[in-house]
Design a protein around this ligand. Sequence first.
Ligand SMILES: [Zn+2]
Length: 148
Amino acid sequence: MVKGKFGRFWTHAVERLFDLDKITFEDILIRESVIGDIMDFAQENHPKEFVAFFHGIIRKKQLIIDALVYNEFSASENSAAPIFHFADKSFYGSVHSHPGPSNRPSRADISFFHKTGIIHAIICRPYTRESVRFYTQNGEPVTIKTIP
Ligand SMILES: [Zn+2]
């Protein structure tokens, strides 16, 4: 797990991405309940992958990931193919599971990250809190603070 302060990084990345919308925030937080949902969904779907999207709100210059949006879709052990439309700007990223022991993003994952938001997570077996890892759009690991 990479630790560190990413305030400056996020401001940068987000300004670039949301330039036209003039939306800025300086930090990203995630609710505990969302982490719990990620672990539950991963377990329920095993050995298939699951994919969900991060719903967020911006408050006091913080992006708070407050819910998962989970679509029914067909998946195999090797691939997850959600059908999803990003008309709603309150979606900020994605999470998916790896039925194996690695939560590192594949090449395909990173290209998926680029299409689906700015913050992403992968959970691998055994689907515990420790097996959830967050990534930037480019697949660089980041630490996200949790809030109740
Ligand atoms: Zn993956």
